[in-house]
Ligand binder design. Structure first.
Ligand code: BG6
Length: 476
């Protein structure tokens, strides 16, 4: 049954999300050190990652959209749209330039004070991703990233520093962006260079274990330092279906999905689930753990589950599974259209995933990434008429309303890339998500001028009506 009225509660949080490395630029300003994103010539995910910053090479993150210097103008535009939520990450190497220092960089801390104050001035709640594909480079090159347990201590120091500093400004925190992407993109998600090889899977699970301990420590620190705030986990959870009703397809799709949900199972339920025993046996995984790990993970579970949702994929038994940023590339679904980047548009899949997750965990959900990335063309009238984006967001929001009616507790919606930013997958500027256009091309040319697209006014109306305009048609 489809309802004709919005089910969004009064305190539903509306807004947008970015990651520091995809927006801020100023990659070496005010004492910041290089992060793993700063050595990527393409996107952090599919681009070539150098060992160090090579002179004369173009790295998209170095300038990005210069949010570092233009955040006041950008936040004013978010406020104009009526945002009550804005998710960004704290760029770890702005605070600890190499990652292993004992004292933080005050200039980096001051930047986020200013940014959060600016948001709060307009009544916009900041929401922070503590680590979004931007680990300090030094921790990757000198320590081997999250394969090394020493990162637990460095991460805890980072958490303690930012919790103490921003506890009165930031209520919602997330530890690792899309932590279940460790298998697909271990460099971006875990700062480890793990190539194909017999011990690949074992190494990834070891790094993941270290991250679980770090996650539990962050939750513990959060409870001690800021008892009124919440620390959650964040996963990539676009929908995943069997390609046919053949039992082999059904079970293999289920099994694959469970390899992702393993991450939220550990962080929300507080233990390694039984189904992983067989997986660990198959891949000869024997985790190096320390006394106390198990109890930490058990006693300090996350307060909410945040996730990204872009599309759905289908899977046939025996087929390889290829990753992209928004999910995995499976077999085309004949019932769905795709974006020009090949991402299947599946609004109902979002309702499905909300129900899947709420049934499993009964913990609050946060949709912290969803959006439509495509090529925008400036029309003859000098404007961008992005009806395709409006259509995508409208249909997904209607399904969130349905999920709320189903009984799912969804706290908020942060549209991905409300202002055009660098693509994590490709490093392009051309793949745009924004309601706000930024004048910059793939080679780094452009004035960086901001411009409202048609979707800007549309989203503003949705927020102002707390979702009612989705059902009444509104002006658009
Ligand atoms: C998510 C990432 O996987 O997808 C973001 O958390 C990323 O960092 C987003 O930008 C969209 O992917 P892309 O490749 O279109 O930028």
């Amino acid at each position: 049954m489809n309802r004709s009225r919005s089910a969004f509660p009064k305190d539903f949080l509306w807004g947008g999300a970015i990651a520091a490395n995809q927006a801020e630029g100023a990659w070496d300003a005010d004492g910041k050190g290089p992060s793993i994103a700063d050595v990527c010539r393409g996107g952090i995910i599919s681009g070539v990652a150098d060992e160090r910053v090579e002179p004369g090479k173009y790295y998209p993150s170095h300038e990005a959209i210069d949010f570092y210097h233009r955040y006041q103008e950008d936040v004013a535009m978010f406020a104009e749209m009526g945002f009550t939520l804005f998710r960004t990450s704290i760029n770890w190497s702005r605070i600890f330039p190499k990652g292993d220092e004992s004292e933080p960089n005050e200039a980096g801390l001051a930047f986020y004070d200013n940014l959060f104050d600016e948001l709060l001035k307009y009544g916009i709640q900041p929401m922070v991703t503590i680590s979004h594909y931007e680990t300090p480079l030094h921790l990757a090159t000198e320590y081997g990233g999250w394969e090394n347990r020493k990162l637990i201590g460095f991460f805890s120091r980072f958490c303690e520093t930012i919790f103490k500093r921003y506890k009165d400004k930031v209520k919602y925190w997330m530890t690792f962006n899309e932590i279940n992407n460790m298998h697909k993109i271990p460099f971006a998600a875990g700062a480890c260079r793990i190539d194909e090889g017999p011990d690949k899977v074992r190494r990834i699970y070891q790094a993941s274990h270290n991250m679980f301990v770090a996650n539990a420590k962050a939750v513990k620190l959060g409870k001690e330092i800021m008892p009124d705030n919440q620390v959650g986990c964040m996963l990539s959870l676009s929908a995943f279906y069997p390609n046919t009703c053949h039992p082999d397809d059904v079970f293999e799709a289920y099994e694959f999905r469970r390899r992702s949900l393993f991450y939220s199972d550990v962080m929300l339920r507080g233990h390694y689930p039984a189904y992983m025993n067989r997986v660990f046996e198959e891949f000869d995984v024997h985790l190096n753990t320390e006394p106390g790990d198990k109890e930490l993970i058990r006693d300090h579970t996350c307060a909410f589950l945040a996730f990204s949702y872009y599309m759905s994929s289908t899977h046939k038994a025996g087929m390889p599974i290829q990753g992209t940023t928004g999910g995995v590339r499976g077999i085309d679904n004949p019932y769905l259209e795709k974006s020009s980047y090949g991402w299947a548009i599946d609004p109902k899949g979002l309702r499905y995933v909300c129900n899947e997750l709420y049934d499993r965990y009964e913990k609050p959900l946060f949709i912290v990434e969803n959006g439509f990335g495509d090529v925008d063309v400036i029309a003859e009238d000098g404007k961008i008429h992005d009806a395709y984006r409006i259509d995508y967001v409208r249909r997904h929001l209607i399904e969130i309303s349905e999920a709320l009616e189903d009984g799912c507790e969804v706290l908020g919606y942060a549209y991905w890339g409300p202002i055009d930013i660098v693509s994590a997958g490709t490093g392009e500027m051309r793949k745009r998500y924004g309601f706000i256009y930024v004048d910059k091309d793939n080679e780094g040319n452009g004035t960086l001028k901001r411009m409202r697209k048609d979707s800007f006014d549309w989203y503003k109306e949705v927020i102002a009506s707390n979702g009612e305009s989705l059902f009444t048609g509104g002006r658009y």
